[in-house]
Design a protein around this ligand. Structure first.
Ligand SMILES: CC(C)(COP(=O)(O)OP(=O)(O)OC[C@H]1O[C@@H](n2cnc3c(N)ncnc32)[C@H](O)[C@@H]1OP(=O)(O)O)[C@@H](O)C(=O)NCCC(=O)NCCS
Length: 178
């Protein structure tokens, strides 16, 4: 595998990103049911790119040998009435998973978010994966999931000096339309 280049998403990447997310999320859902066609992550990502909560500097593509091999979008969300960030969907081409591309995308997202003065990033995902980046269950930080049933899969990390808002987390509107 060649060098990994992380860069901002560009409009011309849309088709490649759709195809990548469709491939990455083609497996069964956590409950065992088959993925929709196209997977909901593809539909969600399209809506996020077209939403008012879209933050161009936090939609990232990982390129390997000139091809889109990974993607991660992070959009405006809220903790109570305070601005925060929601990370996802994130996906890596199955052909090159497990080689650090997802980690590079998450780490660059957190670096950029901190640089922009953001204080909280939240997501829904496997604790065994996101714990390595500093994410902890939202409840440990006083940040409540949109759905209590998400339990420890709803995770958050504070940036900067570690202070920040507490309360109920709300994602960008397209997440509510799923
Ligand atoms: C999850 C995903 C983005 C990670 O990207 P990646 O480039 O494969 O990840 P990295 O190479 O940076 O990290 C690999 C490590 O993550 C672990 N990992 C990957 N997915 C995981 C998961 N769902 N749960 C726990 N650990 C996971 C691997 O076991 C590996 O662990 P190791 O470092 O201890 O060997 C990628 O596997 C993917 O696109 N999966 C399908 C779509 C998906 O599930 N997206 C995330 C939804 S929250």
């Amino acid at each position: 595998m060649g060098a990994v280049l992380i860069r901002e998403f560009a409009v011309d990447d849309r088709a490649a990103v759709d195809a990548l997310l469709a491939e990455a999320f083609s497996g069964p859902q956590p409950d065992g049911s088959p993925a929709a066609s196209p997977p909901i992550e593809v539909v969600l990502n399209t809506a996020l790119l077209d939403s008012v909560e879209f933050l161009p500097q936090l939609a990232l593509v990982a390129e390997v040998d000139g091809a889109v091999a990974g993607y991660c979008i992070t959009t405006r969300g809220w903790v109570g009435d305070e601005p925060a960030l929601g990370l996802g969907p994130i996906g890596v081409d199955p052909a090159v998973q497990g080689r650090g591309i997802g980690s590079a995308l998450v780490r660059e997202t957190l670096r950029l978010a901190a640089e922009h003065g953001e204080r909280v990033v939240a997501l829904l995902g496997a604790p065994a994966y996101y714990g390595r980046f500093g994410f902890v269950p939202g409840t440990d930080l006083g940040i409540d999931a949109p759905e209590p049933a998400w339990g420890a899969y709803f995770q958050a990390v504070r940036l900067g000096d570690g202070a920040g808002p507490a309360g109920a987390f709300r994602y960008a509107a397209p997440f509510d339309e799923l």
